[in-house]
Write a protein that binds this ligand. Structure first.
Ligand SMILES: NC(=O)c1ccc[n+]([C@@H]2O[C@H](COP(=O)([O-])OP(=O)(O)OC[C@H]3O[C@@H](n4cnc5c(N)ncnc54)[C@H](OP(=O)(O)O)[C@@H]3O)[C@@H](O)[C@H]2O)c1
Length: 455
């Protein structure tokens, strides 16, 4: 197949949602329909794809709340049937992949996109998958002009943009050293996730070894230079009084994705050139990245009560104990509600449970009032800036909002984005107007406080 540039510009569909019949997929369809054929939207023609057309029709009825939904084409595609995926790719500029666990089903979709030059976004939260497809398909995707970006959901865009937002509050001569993010999930009803995410997390534990092996087999990535000494590990359970939370480390994909973006930035200090960007855009991109200071980054999950923290720890222990062997995984997957202490259910949350949930992600940044202080080996940070990203329920409201806004940017500003290749989302979308778009769609970014720390 001839190499193309900039995705697949002459395809009849702007995007196809693959896995639209899934729990998350149906919310993605609902979000996409908000922008279909509205003024100034690049979304003029979409299609749904999957292996069960009856379920896809039901999705459309659910998303439009109508038994006579608009005539949106439904296309057959199965990830076990690569020709069906290649057929999809030739019909669209962009695939939004909602079929997970990605470890099981994702690779053939990326392979078809990379081969045909079709652009690809997904909502994966599985680091092993993201790094594996980057290793295997980056070169092919670069050659064919397919832009492949994983983790365009709650995993991991709030972390990526949240860190950038905090980092950009540090004005010279002050320098940033560390940002710790504290995630707090809130609801008046139960907080519940669907089985698909639970299964992906279980497989993530099972694949931890493969991820280490993959990393060992790859060239070492560049590391950013961060002023000041590396932060100490701190206690296992932290009481973060400034944000009113008890917290423990969250083994999500976020900090891994952020590290990959910081590595890409270190290798490309002005960011990634667009396929056909204007001189003005080149300048804007370079200015954006020069305003950003890298930092040590980690994510913790928080709870207002210490008891809540013990629940997180108990679930973590179940995952650690059972996730690494086949029988244990069978148990976890057979009884998700039991082993997640009610946080995941086979049939997912009700619409009311989804609507009533919200998240807050606090970014507590520590740094130095000037670089000299940072270079004194034993000095402690003397400045703190706290910022916050806040929005609706993470999996089925925030994730579709983020995915669709990334898709709209990709469709309307393709010339400002790299021609092709596999990248983490932050390095691609950082200098675009993604943050503003998320703010217009219910996800806020706020500066909470700037203070001097007493030693
Ligand atoms: N980044 C985030 O924050 C975030 C948020 C939410 C979800 N996710 C991830 O999204 C993924 C999906 O989660 P979910 O809860 O929506 O799962 P789900 O309800 O089980 O949906 C899975 C979807 O994949 C489809 N599928 C499965 N095997 C397929 C195949 N061989 N060919 C084509 N389609 C196939 C299913 O089709 P059928 O209907 O025909 O079975 C269904 O549409 C998970 O990996 C989850 O972790 C991430």
């Amino acid at each position: 197949m001839a190499a193309k540039t900039d995705g697949n510009p002459n395809a009849p569909f702007d995007l196809i949602i693959l896995g639209a019949s899934g729990f998350t997929g149906k919310y993605v369809v609902r979000e996409a329909l908000k922008f279909l054929n509205t003024p100034s939207s690049p979304l003029k023609a979409i299609a749904l794809a999957g292996r069960n057309s009856a379920k896809l029709t039901q999705t459309l009825q659910w998303a439009t709340r109508s038994n006579n939904p608009p005539p949106i084409p439904i296309l057959p595609a199965d990830t076990t049937d690569p020709p069906s995926l290649r057929r999809l790719c030739t019909q669209t500029k962009l695939i939004l992949n909602c079929v997970g666990p990605f470890r099981l089903y994702g690779e053939p979709v990326v392979a078809a996109c990379a081969e045909t030059g079709c652009d690809y976004l997904d909502i994966c939260g599985e680091p092993e998958f993201m790094e594996r497809i980057e290793a295997k398909y980056h070169d092919k995707a670069t050659e064919t002009g397919s832009l492949v970006i994983s983790a365009c959901g709650f995993d991991s865009i709030p972390a990526e943009l949240g860190l950038m937002f905090n980092s950009r509050q540090w004005v010279a001569p002050s320098v940033l050293n560390q940002v710790e993010a504290y995630l707090s999930l809130e609801s008046e009803k139960r907080i519940v996730g669907n089985f698909g995410t639970f299964e992906s997390a279980v497989l993530g534990v099972a694949n931890a070894k493969q991820l280490q092996e993959l990393r060992r087999s790859r060239p070492r990535r560049a590391r950013p230079v961060i002023p000041g000494p590396p932060p100490s590990k701190g206690p296992t359970i932290e009481h973060q009084k400034k944000v009113g939370l008890w917290a423990v480390r969250l083994p999500s994909a976020d900090s891994i994705v952020v590290r990959r973006t910081l590595a890409a930035l270190t290798e490309n200090p002005h960011g990634l050139p667009g396929s056909n960007e204007s001189a003005e855009m080149v300048e804007k991109r370079a200015a954006f990245w020069s305003s950003l200071r890298p930092a040590h980054f980690g994510v913790k999950i928080g709870s207002k009560s210490l008891l809540g923290i013990f629940r997180f720890i108990a679930v973590g222990l179940f995952f650690g104990l059972f996730g690494s062997n086949a029988f244990g995984r069978w148990l976890l997957l057979k009884f998700p509600s039991v082993f997640s202490l009610g946080w995941f259910r086979k049939k997912g949350p009700s619409e009311e449970e989804v609507e009533s949930a919200t998240f807050k992600m606090w970014f507590v940044g520590h740094g130095f009032s000037n670089e000299n202080l940072a270079s004194q080996g034993n000095s402690k940070p003397d400045m703190e800036i706290i910022t916050r990203v806040m929005g609706p329920e993470i999996g089925y409201l925030t994730t579709p909002i983020i995915l669709i806004q990334c898709a709209l940017i990709l469709l309307s500003q393709r010339e400002n984005l790299p021609k092709g290749g596999s990248f983490p989302p932050g390095i691609v979308f950082g200098p675009t107007n993604l943050q503003e778009r998320l703010q217009q769609n219910g996800i806020s970014f706020d500066v909470i406080s700037k203070s001097t720390l007493s030693s």
